[in-house]
Design a protein around this ligand. Structure first.
Ligand SMILES: Nc1ncnc2c1ncn2[C@@H]1O[C@H](COP(=O)(O)OP(=O)(O)O)[C@@H](O)[C@H]1O
Ligand SMILES: [Mg+2]
Length: 232
């Protein structure tokens, strides 16, 4: 199967807040993610899950090792090319929705298409936005503002916004982390269903075994390395 993401011998070190030596968060980690695959990353708090996801999404550079997206070594690319890739090829969902409070649901979802400029057919983007919002049960909320929505609804908007430019890869960092059990389950199902329908490759950091259980594979991050695991 085609590999979308290839991480090879990745290390990531940060300066220690009080001591001279650095802390090693990722320690020679390797991973391949195939096109269309869905995977969960689990692990204790502070184990480096967000750091790993940020490296996968070209938000951070590793201290060592190689990240390839669709065969391209990200280290060879400049900032402009990387931001192009982040905008078009990668979607992000975080624990907090980061929607703009002064924009409606529909406007928020269309924001990532703005940098595409004339390349994007705005009528087609609007149609896609409306269709996706309807598919996640928000067809009645297009003109509402974020303050008028529940936590679960806000995260659904964030998922749609992440998918609007038809990215190849969706990265979600504890997307259900601030939701109650019922909204969490609902969001998990939407995330998986939408990504399967769109053929998006999906990597989700999560503490929810229910969500992890919906994905093709589960990896545990511990001591700077990933190990394939099964849920008990
Ligand atoms: N920008 C940074 N500077 C210094 N230390 C960082 C930075 N980002 C993360 N860390 C440290 O790296 C470790 C892993 O953090 P993180 O990736 O957020 O873990 P997780 O998402 O699994 O909770 C933590 O010890 C954290 O303090
Ligand atoms: Mg984290």
């Amino acid at each position: 199967m085609d590999k979308l993401l290839q991480l090879e011998n990745i290390t990531k070190r940060f300066a220690h807040p009080s001591r001279p030596e650095e802390i090693t968060v990722l320690d020679g980690l390797s991973l391949e993610v195939s096109v269309g695959e869905t995977m969960a990353v689990v692990g204790p708090s502070g184990s480096g899950k967000s750091t790993l996801l940020n490296i996968m999404g070209a938000l951070e550079r590793p201290s060592g090792g190689t990240v390839r997206l669709d065969g391209r070594d990200l280290a060879d690319l400049g900032d402009q090319e990387l931001s192009r890739i982040r905008n078009r090829e990668i979607g992000f969902v975080f624990q907090l929705h980061y929607l703009l409070p002064q924009c409606t649901v529909l406007e928020n979802v269309r924001i990532p298409s703005i940098p595409l400029g004339r390349e994007a057919d705005q009528a087609a983007v609007r149609d896609r936005a409306v269709r996706l919002l309807e598919r996640v049960g928000l067809g009645e909320h297009l003109d509402h503002f974020p303050a008028q929505l529940s936590g679960g609804e806000l995260q659904r908007v964030a998922v749609v916004r992440a998918l609007i430019n038809q990215p190849r890869l969706l990265l979600a960092d504890e997307p259900t982390g601030s939701l109650d059990k019922e909204s969490s389950q609902n969001l998990g199902e939407i995330l998986v269903r939408l990504n399967r329908e769109e053929g998006t490759t999906l990597v989700v950091v999560t503490h929810s075994e229910e969500l992890a259980g919906l994905l093709d594979s589960v990896y545990r991050l511990e001591n700077g390395r990933l190990e394939k695991t099964t849920l008990t």
